[in-house]
Every structure is written in structure tokens, then in C-alpha cells.
Ligand binder design. Sequence first.
Ligand code: FES
Length: 158
Amino acid sequence: MEEEEQPRRGPHFVGKKEELIEAKRTLITVGGRDILVLHHQGVFYALDCYCYHSGGNLQNGDIEELGSRLCITCPKHKYKISLAEGEGMFKGTDPTVKPPVAKWYTKGVKQRVHAVTETNGDVYITLSDDRCYIESDYYQGEVGKERRAKAAAQEKAS
Ligand code: FES
């Protein structure tokens, strides 16, 4: 089905489950939005492809468990983002706890995540309908795309 024929939110066909598992990470564009669909430890996740911090591409980010949440690390400046919720994570200490023990805390939802479903071996995503602005939205818009392109050109030139 052509992208234009599909409803805005979806579900939008991503691919065959087995192929996506083999690929592990797949970048798709739905309604002008670039989304990373990844398969990790038996679960599919979908999130905006560009990091909320400064537009880094998350496609090759490492995945690890931090504070009982699976997180992807942005390759650009190493920010951590939980895969299931899109929360920005940081390590800190609670000064009221003695002795202080560093642990992972959330900054709240920073990266837009999308629902993934499977039907008869086909995988679909349904775009998030959260109408609140989420920081990763910036890098999906025209201004954000220009900024990403400018940063990529500067990196290439240096
Ligand atoms: S762009 Fe992702 S951590 Fe800065």
C-alpha cells in the first residue's frame, strides 16, 4: 500500500516479522516522520529516529538495561533513552540517602515512541497520538531537518 493511501496514524505496514528480526533495526518513513523500528530480546520497539537532544541518529545506538529499563544510547553525545517509554534517563544520587548511591532517574518523556503490533507474521506501527509536544518532534519538522543537515555537513567538513 502506498504511504499516501494510509491513514495518518496507521497501522502502517513495516515488514515481515522474520525479516525485521533478522535486520534487527529498520528505518521507515511514515507521513514524513522517520522512525526506527528495532527488535531486541524478543520485543519490537518503535521510536523517533532522531535524538531529542540534538538530532543524533539513534539507528546505531547501543542498547543496555539501566535501572531495570532497556535504553538506547545516542551515539552523538551518549544520552540514554528508554525504548518502551521514550524517557530521557540520567544517573544521579539522592542527597537524602546516606551514604549516597548513584542510580538511574527519568527526566520524563523526551522521545516519541509508537505502538508496534503483529498480525499473521506482519508487523505494523501506529503513530503516537499524544498531542503534547515531545522534544523529539523538533527534529522531525522542517526546521529540525535543516538543523540536522547543517550539523551533518559540518561533521563531514571537519
Ligand atoms: S544528539 Fe543525542 S545525545 Fe546529543
